[in-house]
Design a protein around this ligand. Structure first.
Ligand SMILES: Nc1ncnc2c1ncn2[C@@H]1O[C@H](COP(=O)(O)OP(=O)(O)OP(=O)(O)O)[C@@H](O)[C@H]1O
Ligand SMILES: [Mg+2]
Length: 245
């Protein structure tokens, strides 16, 4: 369904050209639940932005359902069926939560239906449905509302960048259930970027990205014990930097 072929991306900084994604190849099949993990600064969010079209690769191709989307805009990709939830969601001043869910769903939706998506992410819908998506929402509330909009869209590919960030411990189990239900109910693939063992634990496939490259990839049963078996996160990173698989 999604194929990244020899994708490279870099930016210019004061020291010159900085390579962030290095000739990366990745395929995500139909109806797969894939979790990307790896050390901070490894390139995970950049990769998600390249998939959503927020950034364009310097070289390489991105194929979605065999169609080359490398040059397509964010909107075109969204219309083709790619949803993206930011690591740090954007606040839309002047838009109410209800409008945002309706905009995301791209279909006529009653307030009651929209409320169901909010309940799904553990928010008491009546308290939020008419709130503005502005700075008055807490970080965790905003994050949940964004997850609700992606659920409402129900597209072929949903990309979540650290959905657990800012979600309290008590709601975390609920979040896992949200993803499990999403996997059962949505005909599509889910790509989650996460550092959380409990999210890694529900993956079909785990991809480890370090230093702009894939350092390990395989089924959960194959990769998770290797990640957990190392004494510390630092050990895990150095193991993957060495390219041990
Ligand atoms: N526009 C930019 N200009 C300069 N450096 C950038 C830019 N975007 C990303 N980077 C750098 O690229 C690297 C990868 O960033 P990215 O956000 O993709 O990491 P990540 O794997 O998502 O990390 P985290 O786990 O902390 O979220 C980092 O070193 C970051 O500082
Ligand atoms: Mg990130």
């Amino acid at each position: 369904m999604l194929t990244l072929e020899n994708i490279s991306f870099g930016v210019k900084d004061e020291k010159g050209e900085k390579e962030i994604i290095k000739n990366l190849n990745l395929s995500i099949g139909e109806n797969k639940f894939v979790v990307i993990t790896g050390p901070n600064g490894g390139g995970k969010s950049t990769l998600a932005k390249l998939i959503a079209g927020i950034e364009k690769p310097v070289s390489g191709r991105i194929l979605f359902d065999q169609e080359d989307i490398t040059e397509k805009s964010i909107t075109d990709r969204a219309n083709m069926g790619i949803s993206y939830a930011f690591q740090q969601p954007v606040r839309f001043k002047g838009i109410q939560v209800l409008d945002l869910i309706r905009l995301a769903a791209k279909r006529k939706m009653s307030a009651a239906d929209a409320c169901e998506y909010l309940s799904e992410v553990g928010l008491c819908a009546k308290d939020y449905i008419n709130r503005e998506v502005n700075a008055s929402l807490s970080g965790g509330e905003l994050k949940r509302i964004e997850i609700a909009t992606v659920l409402a869209r129900g597209t072929k590919l949903s990309v979540f960048d650290e959905p657990e960030a800012g979600i309290d411990l008590w709601s975390f189990q609920n979040l896992i259930s949200v993803f499990e239900r999403m996997r059962e109910n949505t005909k599509g693939s889910i790509l989650i970027i996460s550092h959380q063992e409990r999210i890694l634990n529900i993956a079909d496939e785990i991809v480890v990205i370090a230093d702009g490259q894939i350092s390990a990839q395989g089924s959960k049963d194959e990769i998770l014990p290797k990640l957990l078996g190392t004494a510390s996160a630092v050990d895990a990173c150095s193991m993957f930097y060495k390219g041990e698989k």
